[in-house]
Design a binder for this molecule. Structure first.
Ligand code: EPU
Length: 320
């Protein structure tokens, strides 16, 4: 629950609201779409939500569109707009909850594509100075589910607008096994942006609970990167443990969902909180669970995975 709530639909409204709040010494909490945050207490002061609208092609090159979108645009609406207009590159990111402005914060990703792969630049308002700064790809310091906005510039900026580089001729990325299978099930012969997007939507609907129906923040934990030595040891004991290349040398990324399922949590339910029955990486609120209950469940899960596998899971959601 928030004391005060407001929305900002332009850089001017942002500057004005932040200025007024600073004048009144009111703490400000900035909300994107709100889909990747777990509240464990009431928010003091003013909650401001970014509602900056608009999607437009700001530049065209021979093979590329530069597409700019307001931070307040719903992410999936943005993806649908791109699919409809033939702007290729974000179709694998269909149905991710949240807003365009929140996307770069944690470098959203799914089915073999990350936001950084289609990113050109963004503009952000510095909360203290009111200065509007442009961030290029390298300046955002994107990493797996991370960026400068989640690390050393945390809480310093409001992301106003994001510009994407999208292709005129699609380069389809269907390497993620489940997409191929789904396309086959759908009887798709000729790949199209629509077909890939539909396949991703199908897969997500079958695995992930719809936040409108069952409260959840998507993956609650990050997939951990573990030392190759530990991975080999685990592989000997559990031959079916998933392993993917990690961005860190000497490390292997494994699937948190698999680890959690092995600890017996999948489908667990107590009162109104639990672990989703189709995807153990997602913690769910069936109605009236509190943020504290969900947080404490996540702690129990971390403990049990650590005990069984010697791996310490890290929360992916923002906890307030
Ligand atoms: N698995 C299990 N049990 C489970 C869940 C997964 O054994 O309950 C195994 C699967 O069988 C598979 C592996 O774990 O071998 C990976 O599963 P999946 O393809 O479902 O993906 P994930 O690693 O669990 C990640 C992202 C998702 C994203 C999918 C698809 C993270 C933290 N999560 O999940 O992102 O949609 O890949 O690319 O990286 C999100 O960030 O909120 C999110 C949903």
């Amino acid at each position: 629950m928030a004391e005060w709530f407001g929305t900002c639909a332009s850089p001017e409204e942002w500057a004005e609201s932040l200025h007024v709040a600073a004048d009144k010494k009111m703490p400000v909490f900035i909300l994107g779409g709100g889909s990747n945050i777990l509240f464990t207490r009431n928010v003091e002061g003013l909650v401001l939500q970014n509602t900056l609208p608009g999607i437009s092609v700001v530049k065209e090159e021979e093979e590329l569109y530069h597409v700019k979108a307001g931070g307040g645009v719903n992410w999936h609406s943005f993806v649908m707009h791109c699919v409809q207009n033939g702007y290729a590159g974000v179709e694998n990111l269909s149905l991710i909850p949240g807003s365009v402005g929140a996307g770069p914060m944690q470098n959203i990703g799914a089915y073999g594509v990350e936001l950084k792969d289609v990113f050109h630049s963004l503009t952000a308002l510095h909360r203290k100075t009111g200065e509007i700064k442009t961030f290029t790809l390298s300046e955002c310091e994107f990493d797996y589910r991370s960026s400068i906005f989640k690390t050393h510039a945390r809480d310093e900026f409001v992301i106003l607008e994001v510009t994407f580089l999208l292709r005129k001729t699609p380069v389809f990325n269907t390497s993620y096994g489940a997409i191929e299978q789904e396309l086959e099930k759908m009887g798709v012969k000729d790949l199209s942006l629509r077909a890939v997007s539909d396949a991703v939507i199908q897969i997500r609907r079958s695995k992930l609970p719809d936040p409108v129906q069952i409260g959840n923040a998507g993956s609650f934990f990050k997939n951990p990167s573990i030392p190759s030595v530990l991975f080999s040891r685990l592989k000997a004991e559990y031959p079916e443990i998933p392993g993917y290349p990690s961005t860190q040398e000497g490390f292997v990324k494994t699937a948190a969902g698999w680890l959690i399922e092995q600890c017996g949590w999948k489908g667990y339910r107590k009162n109104d909180f639990g672990v989703h029955k189709n995807q153990a990486l997602v913690l769910v609120n069936y109605g009236h669970a509190t943020g504290e209950e969900i947080y404490s469940l996540s702690g129990e899960i971390i403990e049990s995975v650590k005990e069984k596998f010697g791996i310490e899971l890290e929360r992916e959601v923002n906890v307030y």
